[in-house]
Design a protein around this ligand. Structure first.
Ligand code: SF4
Length: 606
């Protein structure tokens, strides 16, 4: 059966309340902000200091990795020290591969996160067919391993996150569903069914991926499947009370990286789903000190446009053909000021005439961040997507036109462009804008960069991931050069126009075997000019290889001071001293024919 997409445009997806210690997730609670420590779990003092800093910054739930039973036991010491310091922030143990560590952690913390891809399975990347009988036997095996944890959590009132990650699905799921949003959803549901059978309901779901398009699709598919299961349960109950499938959602883009790119990727994934009305808690995952994640998460929540869309589209099916997998809206190719756009052409970057003028003296030195044309000279048709007469005129015109939403409308940007794409004949290309004219907003005028960046990334990025848009215009950021850099970086993060290397970098945690921030910076310095190459920088061999998603090359911590290098998911160089590893990575990229020398040109910074 084709899943039905549920869009919650006029508010929030209804969910039950799940308590994590004293903090409620879902229900009528606000969307909670959480983060994860980067300190070594065995270093109690460092963990306490980091957790106190996070709590003070507004982090409402703190996650800590528990790679071994010993680490899990130390969570008790961390908890004690935090309480002694007057901090009752709930703690979450992050578990991969080790049911024993989960059982120990559940004695000390308020929530346990398990990864259904590796809780009861070690990854072997085996290709095999499972008959229904064999598959059922696998589920029985999982039930046996998972039941003790569920019973312990139920008894102690400990919450759980069933947290699926793209790229670390079990071999069983991979063979039946592939490394796909459908596989991610089914992986989580296998564990949820077991928990429900045992009468345990204090859990939430997550569907993280480093690719925002995959992440968005997986959460939408999950919300849709949960709604179907809920409806079936309700029908079967036939008027009597029933246990719903309305579990809260934890949103996050995993391995988003650092700096502007990490913030943009997070805003696209998380912001898009918040705009759909999904999400009960969020974690912005940056390859930076964890404390930097909090202002970004708060700004993303503050940037949500909660205005109720017009009644005519509230509750309507989502405008794109297929919200669960990416399809670009099929417009006709068009030439604007000698620039080809629409159809299968490159996504274009527009600016305004005054910004073009301000940059005129250095436009030829802006390199990959140069504007391509101005909106004023483009002949773009601006309209209100609710204006049926204007839409009808365009749809009956013989020619294709570049179309955008008119400024000053009382609609959220995403809603307005979705409505436009729903009503406009598909052959007309669409110019996306980050704002509808409220670009003289307080934050823009005050030069507050972060809200402008996140709003542009959320609005334009979410629409690009929906398949809508052929050109983009960023005006919320007042600095002309920065607004162009943001526009190109959004196109890159949404996978719409690749003009530089793409990085998948884990945020680091207590398992990390090298300094991730410094190493990522060194790798970037050597490889940033490689268009279309995807490089993963992962702190440990336990989780790193599984979560590199579809990276071309991987730089993974193999042991303290030693690095393993990967081509795709295959390890090809082992135990390279850290001091040589970046150079050896470059050699590997050269060996595989993906290297080009950096262009020798004079460019100005934007
Ligand atoms: S890949 Fe990174 S964040 Fe994930 S467990 Fe390993 S070190 Fe921690």
């Amino acid at each position: 059966m084709t899943p039905r997409y549920i869009w919650f445009p006029s508010g929030r997806r209804p969910s039950r309340e799940v308590m994590v210690g004293h903090v409620g997730l879902g229900g009528s609670n606000p969307v909670r902000v959480q983060s994860m420590l980067t300190s070594d779990t065995m270093n109690t003092e460092a963990c306490v200091k980091e957790a106190l800093g996070l709590a003070e910054a507004g982090c409402e739930i703190v996650r800590i990795t528990a790679p071994t039973v010993k680490d899990a036991r130390n969570l008790g010491e961390i908890k004690k020290a935090l309480l002694a310091a007057g901090c009752d922030v709930p703690l979450v143990a992050d578990i991969h591969f080790k049911p024993d560590a989960a059982m120990e952690a559940a004695q000390w913390v308020e929530k346990v996160r398990i990864n259904p891809g590796n809780y009861a399975d070690s990854k072997k990347f085996k290709t095999r067919e499972y008959s229904d009988v064999e598959y059922a036997a696998e589920i029985d095996r999982i039930r046996e391993r998972f039941t003790p944890l569920v019973e312990l959590c139920k008894e102690r009132g400990v919450a759980m996150r069933i947290g699926t990650n793209h790229g670390s699905l079990s071999d069983r799921i991979m063979n039946r569903h592939g490394d796909s949003p459908a596989g991610m959803v089914e992986s989580a549901l296998e564990f949820a069914r077991i928990a429900r059978d045992l009468g345990y309901h204090q859990f939430v779901f997550s569907m993280k991926a480093s690719n925002p398009k995959v992440m968005i699709a997986a959460y939408r598919l999950l919300a849709s499947r949960l709604a179907e299961l809920d409806a079936a349960e309700k029908a079967a109950a036939d008027g009597s009370s029933y246990e719903g499938w309305n579990y809260p959602l934890h949103l996050g883009v995993t391995e988003a990286g650092d700096g502007e790119d990490g913030r943009i990727k997070s805003a696209i994934g998380i912001g898009s789903l918040l705009a759909d009305g999904m999400g009960d808690t969020i974690r912005v995952s940056l390859t930076e000190d964890a404390i930097h994640e909090i202002p970004v998460a708060k700004a993303l929540l503050a940037a949500r446009d909660l205005r109720t869309p017009p009644a005519e589209i509230a509750g309507r099916a989502f405008p794109c053909n297929d919200p669960f997998s990416y399809v670009r809206r099929p417009s006709a190719p068009l030439e604007v000021n000698g620039l080809k756009l629409g159809g299968e052409e490159t996504f274009r970057v527009f600016t305004t005439a005054d910004r073009w003028q301000a940059l005129a003296h250095k436009i030829d030195r802006l390199g990959d961040f140069a504007p391509e044309t101005t909106v004023e000279t483009s002949g773009v048709v601006e309209l209100d997507p609710r204006d049926e007469a204007a839409i009808s005129d365009l749809n009956h015109s013989a020619q294709a036109h570049l179309v955008t939403v008119r400024d000053g409308l009382d609609m959220p940007v995403i809603t307005a462009f979705r409505l436009l794409s729903l009503r406009l004949d598909a052959r007309h290309p669409i110019l996306l804008k980050d704002t509808l004219g409220d670009f003289t907003s307080a934050e823009g005028a005050a030069g507050d960069f972060l809200p402008c960046l996140l709003r542009a990334a959320t609005n334009i990025g979410a629409l690009l991931c929906d398949g809508i848009g052929d050109a983009v215009l960023v005006r919320g950021e007042p600095a002309p050069g920065q607004s162009l850099r943001i526009a190109y970086n959004i196109l890159q993060a949404a996978g719409a126009r690749i003009f530089k290397t793409d990085y998948v970098a884990c945020p680091s945690c207590g398992r990390t075997l090298f300094n991730l921030q410094e190493t990522t910076a060194r790798i970037k310095a050597s490889t940033i000019h490689l268009k279309g190459v995807r490089i993963a920088v992962m702190g440990c061999i336990v989780n790193g290889p599984g979560e590199m998603a579809d990276a071309d090359f991987g730089y993974v911590g193999g042991a303290p001071g030693k690095v393993n290098l990967y081509v795709g998911k295959v390890a090809v160089k082992f135990n390279i001293p850290e001091s040589e590893a970046v150079e050896r990575l470059v050699d590997l990229i050269k060996e595989h024919g993906k290297w080009v020398d950096a262009p020798a040109r004079e460019e100005v910074a934007v």
